[in-house]
Write a protein that binds this ligand. Sequence first.
Ligand code: BES
Ligand code: ZN
Length: 459
Amino acid sequence: MSTVSMTEIVDALREAREAHIEKLKDWLRIPSVSTDSTRKDEVRRAGEFIRDELVDAGFAVRLDETPGHPVALGKWDGAPGAPTLLVYGHYDVQPPEPLELWRHGAFEPTVEGENLIARGATDDKGQALALVLGIGEVLRRRGSLPVNVTFLIEGEEEIGSPNLEPYIREHADELKADIALISDCSQFGPGLPAITVGLKGLCYLQIDLTGPNRDLHSGSFGGAVDNPANVLATMISRLKDDDGRVLIPGFYDKVRELTDEDRAAIRALPFSEEEFARDLEVDALHGEKGYGTLERKWARPTLDVNGLLSGWTGEGAKTVLPSRAMAKFSMRLVADQHPDEIAEMTKAFLRELCPPTCTMEISIDHGAEPVLVDPTNPWLAVASRAVERGFGKAPVMIREGGSIPVVSVLKQVLGIDTILLGLGLPDDNAHSPNEKFHLPDYQRGIETAAWLLEEMAGS
Ligand code: BES
Ligand code: ZN
């Protein structure tokens, strides 16, 4: 048994508060936008940063190459017979655009009051670093951990983790664990920590429509030649009905319905639709008829246009009948929908909808499987106790509408469930301008990570 107590470790973590904030700022200054091919070197630098941090803490670390961005793998396995925790995080971030809406440079981390503002602050550098620092401090102080820990920190989450499944299959032996831990989501609200037991899946498509072989004068040709922009708008309008139901045949076939208990548990959470609408400055909310806002956000599949492009979008008017039109749209899926099956159904339906006046190309961007963790998994109770110590309050069980592709891969390939322990807040502006991380939650997250090892060893 180590002589360094948890009290001493927590004290040390509190003394290091400022240093930990500076460390996070250093990481956030690296613009690791995984989707931007001109920033490949910066993405790698962000991977090297976390590799060095793991080395410093005393883990055996490699930065493994993949066909895309590298994976940082850190291991400490000096507790034979004790359980193994696999900690996942991602060091890549979303593009910062639109830049003009940021109050400070997206990659110039700035503290405003209790928040740190920068791209990646909450998603996911702040949350991932909290776990590395909390667990790292235990190893630094004691020279050992009460359980085995493996870190898997990748650089391609925001582009759908295209190379991670083959990586995990190839390194399945090294990655073997009893349970995974991911902090890449949020608490239910300020002062209301949560463990997430459901994530949505994703099926992302792009349609390219071509009409006439060139842009045309809309007076000379309008009415005689079909307009791909009009066609695209009509096609999109046929994907959902007025009640917000998706009209793709077969779309709902595998949807697992909420049970009465699920609905009661959701209703028991403190949530105000009015406040939610007020924060977004909309006069009315919208969604599938027959369901409440949280039910739609967490447990009902959705379809949304993510991007539209056609014709003249510059200043003033140009009377043109465009030759081409493009839409990107995605469907968020719930258990037990499967992204490949949904993609096939959607393609077939789009082919039916497309008139002979246009040619259509459909491409599939990326996908992720939905996730439902068994809420009675005993590791969740262990994690709840750690949250109670770190946050001073027991977590509620929630679901989220976002996707984390690795979670279903961990289940399928390694056979393990994941504790989704969100340190962020719902208004952190992930993927938006002025992304932030609430620094007191950074601290609580760091301490919770240290406590989790203790709780795991004692269970
Ligand atoms: N951190 C998010 C996932 C998330 C968002 C969880 C909101 C819970 C609530 C993650 O980095 C992310 O944005 N994932 C992508 C995955 C996609 C590219 C396959 C997403 O959900 O859009
Ligand atoms: Zn993320």
